[in-house]
Design a protein around this ligand. Structure first.
Ligand SMILES: Cc1cc2nc3c(=O)[nH]c(=O)nc-3n(C[C@H](O)[C@H](O)[C@H](O)COP(=O)(O)OP(=O)(O)OC[C@H]3O[C@@H](n4cnc5c(N)ncnc54)[C@H](O)[C@@H]3O)c2cc1C
Length: 453
């Protein structure tokens, strides 16, 4: 296989999987998934090279795992042993920004921050904003990434209009296009979004852009319980203020992210330990945003907030950034697993209570924050004993499913949650998905250890 891979991408872009120079590429950021041992790591430069790599691997009976920036949190980019790991770092060009159609055409290795900056030159923005802006377009399409701004703009799925991708047999497929709407049969674009490199390798993406909104207003409201915070969320979202951020943070998480970021908000000590709602508004004109922020403060006070802080722009930006980096703060604090479960907004309080009870039952500490506007709860679970950790996670996932939730709201299934999905997902839906996967990839070439199994 080595000589064919060299022929496909050039000798300087093929490295043996056990070479120390590629050790960092063999895992993503998932806490509980050990690195894989790929046979080779390859770095194709264009779609034809991706086609040649997939055909070569398939003919040799090797599996193929795609890797974007490796910031994923569910082990989806961790290769199976003996796999060919395809790294998209060289396919990193923004091919076009089209302000008339309001779209960008990009290669999969483009980082979100690079696309957003390129869109910004035209007064536009690409608002998919997971905590890591170094994440790639290919990776975010493959995980259907969300992030804080999804409460206003929707997740990646809402932005992907078209794809070019290489299927498991090496054929190149084009789906969708620069189209504002489409009703032409099954939606292959959306089937590939969120498929975690198990159905195709994405080689080009057409995404929807939005007008950039320069004015901001940010409000922080401590409450006396998580129940009060989550009860307020529906009212804030329903008030028509279209927040760009609507985040829940419990006291320990608030303290941890402020410490981690060296951020002092000047809050009284006792308020720092409260349950918080952080809401950001955005608009074209600062006066209007300020007016909305005042109305928001009134709504939050009426809903029982102990105080409402209208944060100055600098502090607001640093707090939002610190929240985005919450993963690093809880990792540094020794978290053993991160849960990214989604439930209906109305079930968030019940879910948090049941998750904490599950933690108590297994002697685990369960802390949380989350994209409250989307019902997407991020829990850090602290329990170093693997068996008790597994029991805690099982009970937490089961509690979320029982409340109408799903095992992942945005990080994906990956390797970390494949067994939870297999156990707790709807059996008929899973059977359909397995058949879809087998139809597109009968030999199990693409990321076999990941997602639907
Ligand atoms: C601090 C921090 C905060 C985060 N916050 C959020 C958040 O708020 N919201 C959120 O959604 N995520 C969040 N994440 C997770 C992560 O950023 C996202 O999952 C992101 O989508 C991963 O992109 P990536 O380029 O790093 O992909 P990778 O981790 O490299 O890969 C992810 C998946 O995409 C597949 N893939 C990569 N490229 C391609 C391709 N070209 N074709 C087909 N499949 C491909 C891989 O095989 C894998 O299955 C966070 C991560 C960190 C470290």
């Amino acid at each position: 296989m080595f000589s064919q891979l060299v022929e496909a991408v050039g000798a300087e872009h093929v490295v043996a999987g056990d070479d120390p120079s590629v050790a960092d590429l063999c895992a993503d950021e998932a806490l509980g998934v050990p690195p894989g041992k790929p046979a080779y790591v390859v770095c194709p430069g264009d779609r034809d090279e991706v086609v040649a790599v997939v055909r070569t691997a398939r003919a040799a009976g090797a599996s193929v795992t795609a890797r974007g920036a490796g910031t994923g949190l569910s082990g989806a980019a961790t290769p199976d042993d003996g796999a060919v790991l395809v790294v998209f770092a060289r396919m990193d060009r923004v091919l076009e920004i089209d302000p008339v159609d309001g779209v960008a055409v990009v290669q999969p290795g483009v980082a979100l921050e690079v696309l957003d900056a390129a869109a910004g030159e035209h007064g536009l923005t690409y608002p998919v904003h997971p905590g890591e802006q170094s994440a790639s377009l290919g990776g975010t399409v493959a995980t259907n990434a969300g992030g804080m701004r999804a409460v206003r703009y929707g997740v990646t799925r809402a932005h992907v209009l078209g794809l070019e991708a290489v299927l498991a047999d090496g054929s190149l497929v084009r789906t969708g296009g620069r189209l504002a709407k489409l009703s032409t049969g099954y939606d292959l674009t959306q089937l590939l979004v969120g498929s975690e490199g198990t159905l195709a390798l994405v080689t080009e993406v057409v995404v929807r852009l939005h007008p950039a909104l320069p004015a901001r207003g940010t409000v922080l409201a401590p409450f006396s319980s998580a129940e009060e915070v989550t009860a307020a969320v529906g009212r804030v979202v329903g008030a028509g203020l279209a927040p760009t951020v609507c985040e829940y943070l419990d006291g320990p998480t608030m303290r941890a992210i402020c410490t981690n970021a060296g951020l002092s908000l000047g809050l009284p000590e006792e308020l720092l330990d409260a349950d918080h709602l952080l809401v950001e508004l955005a608009g074209r004109r600062q006066e209007r945003v300020d007016e909305d922020a005042e109305e928001l403060a009134d709504v939050l006070s009426a809903l029982g907030a102990s105080e409402v802080f209208d944060l100055p722009a600098g502090a607001a930006r640093r707090l939002v950034e610190a929240r985005e980096k919450a993963f690093w703060a809880v990792k540094a604090a020794g978290a053993d697993e991160i849960v990214d479960l989604v439930v209906p907004r109305s079930a968030m309080a019940a879910f948090l209570a049941r998750a904490r009870a599950a933690g108590d039952a297994h002697d685990a500490r369960v802390l949380g924050c989350g994209h409250a506007g989307d019902g997407n709860v991020h829990l850090a679970v602290f329990q170093p004993d693997p068996e008790r950790l597994a029991q805690t996670l099982h009970d937490v996932f089961a509690a979320g499913i029982a409340l109408g939730g799903a095992v992942s709201g945005e990080h994906g299934v990956g390797r970390a949650k494949a067994h939870h999905l297999a156990e707790l997902g709807d059996p008929v839906a899973l059977d359909v998905l397995r058949r879809v996967r087998a139809a597109l990839d009968p030999e199990g070439t693409l990321n076999p250890g990941c997602s639907i199994r």
